[in-house]
Design a protein around this ligand. Structure first.
Ligand code: 5AD
Ligand code: SF4
Length: 485
């Protein structure tokens, strides 16, 4: 019997919102707590510890956490020994305010203190004292002191604790120094700090030994990576070269790119290193120079377009995705049309579109009025989404009749919802191409973690739909199958 089934284990409930950095943080904190005897539950009522890993990028995400916390007030009264933890960006940003708004919260733990969570939970269980563990405010000391107060939390993971056995996130840096005027991340995740290349390479090697085939390197501005080790300077392209030949790793991705730092060397690495996926997420945020200037993005739309042209000429077939904010302070109908033009011309694989949300503590909050009414933000959001979806669908349609290679991720959401229909029955599987396109097809669940060739016969704006042509039987070998419709 696996140990996880023993009845005396303490139960842990975790809810994670926000970016991939948060997903990785949650995975690592859960792994640490499992080592101290916790097991995961998805029933919050039976939990001995409840963790919220939070996001502050938009107000809406914070509201949701506060209202969820509010609903736990009575549960905490009934079960006072259940420890409630608010961790992540909102913890760093709101600090004491969280205790004021939700007095039944036990621990508030910022992004730079994650290592402390198991110890703090044990303490809270013993003495029922509230505790705040956060990093210094960005203006509260020298850069060095503030940086030292944010710790990159990268303990070694054990394979059975990873949510996906063959895919893993690897943090290469924390924090951000760009200070876009709308964004809280430089405050919530602190100064930019890069992990040493040898540490990253060692982590990738361990993950490969544990069966990981795809690593995604994480950083808020991943292509701004710069580190010196043994007298040698490493940028992201050097790091990609360093980890490229790790045996067992088939795919390497990296997110998120900052447009101004997308170097020719990096594009050449994406072109020349076969394991590096031909997919770049490079948020534009706006297509209007006035707006970009107020956002303090550090580039003009002409420079952004020139960067896209460099991607297209250096890495043919590379998929590019973007983020846009609609309704930023002072965004006129004309500015919005410039963003629409940019989407039309760049033909992004997909775009994440957000309505501007003013965030206290940012420059935009201080300097500019949030002057675009909510209903206009909503309309622009919908129009932009419709345009992007049309482009995505048209570009996906070009794949119909073609074959693509995917890394099979496992049963699709629809298949999981439908439930098991027998251990060997084919189900709808989902995989991704190296250009990050989502592909669904029918196959055996045991194909998860292998590479398969899929012939595409239909699509939507988000998904390619196809049938298996070949798949691996062992690593590197493949078998031909009849095409199943
Ligand atoms: N309001 C709306 N969207 C925001 N983003 C960051 N800050 C804000 C904000 N205040 C978006 C940006 C970023 C993505 C992660 O979130 O588009 O790229
Ligand atoms: Fe925020 Fe700009 Fe840094 Fe991205 S680059 S995390 S948008 S401040």
């Amino acid at each position: 019997m696996p140990h996880t089934d023993t009845p005396h284990k303490r139960k842990l409930f975790i809810e994670t919102v926000g970016c991939q950095m948060n997903v990785l943080d949650s995975e690592l904190v859960v792994a640490a707590l499992r080592q101290t005897g916790y097991e995961l539950t998805d029933d919050i009522r039976e939990a001995d510890a409840i963790l919220f890993n939070t996001c502050s990028v938009r107000e809406h995400a914070e509201h949701k956490i506060y209202s969820h916390l509010g609903r736990l007030k009575h549960a905490k009264r009934r079960r006072p020994d259940c420890v409630i933890v608010v961790m992540g960006c909102m913890a760093q940003k709101d600090q004491q305010l969280i205790f004021e708004r939700a007095p039944h919260v036990d621990l508030v733990v910022g992004t730079g203190q994650l290592r402390e969570i198991p110890r703090l939970i044990e303490q809270a269980r013993r003495d029922r004292e509230q505790r705040l563990a956060v990093s210094l405010h960005r203006k509260a000391g020298s850069r060095q002191a503030v940086a030292a107060s944010f710790e990159s939390y990268d303990p070694l993971r054990t394979p059975e604790m990873r949510p996906s056995p063959f895919q893993a996130f690897v943090r290469i840096m924390i924090g951000c120094d760009k200070f876009c005027t709308y964004c809280v991340v430089p405050m919530t995740r602190g100064p930019e700090q890069c992990r040493p290349p040898s540490q990253i390479a060692a982590e990738v090697r361990v993950l490969a030994d544990q069966g990981v085939r795809e690593v995604t390197l994480l950083g808020q501005t991943v292509n701004s990576y710069a580190a010196v080790e043994n007298g040698r300077q490493y940028r992201l392209h050097d790091l990609l070269e360093l980890i490229h030949d790790t045996g067992g790793i088939d795919r390497i991705k990296f997110v998120t790119n900052y447009p101004r730092d997308l170097s020719d060397e990096l594009l050449q690495a994406v072109r020349d290193l076969p394991k590096v996926c031909r997919y770049l997420h490079v948020p534009a945020q706006s297509g209007c120079n006035d707006v970009l200037r107020r956002m303090k993005r550090g580039y003009t739309v002409e420079e952004y377009r020139e960067m896209i042209a460099r991607i297209r000429s250096t890495v043919p077939g590379c998929a590019v995705s973007s983020d846009f904010i609609v309704g930023f302070c002072g965004e006129t109908e004309k500015s919005f049309e410039r963003s629409m033009d940019l989407i039309r011309d760049c033909r992004f694989k997909n775009s994440f579109i957000f309505k501007y949300s003013p965030r206290p503590g940012t420059k935009a909050y201080e300097l500019y009025e949030d002057d675009v009414p909510e209903e206009i933000k909503r309309r622009r959001n919908n129009e932009m989404l419709a345009l992007q979806n049309r482009i995505s669908e048209e570009d996906n349609a070009a794949f119909i009749g073609r074959r693509v290679e995917v890394l099979v991720e496992g049963p699709s959401k629809a298949a999981e919802k439908a439930g098991a229909s027998g251990p060997d029955a084919p189900v709808q599987l989902v995989g991704r191409t190296d250009c990050d396109r989502i592909v669904v097809f029918d196959g055996h669940p045991r194909l998860a973690g292998s590479l398969a060739t899929i012939e595409i016969h239909d699509c939507t704006s988000t998904t390619l739909i196809g049938s298996i042509v070949t798949h691996e039987i062992t690593h590197g070998a493949s078998v031909s199958l009849p095409i199943v419709q």
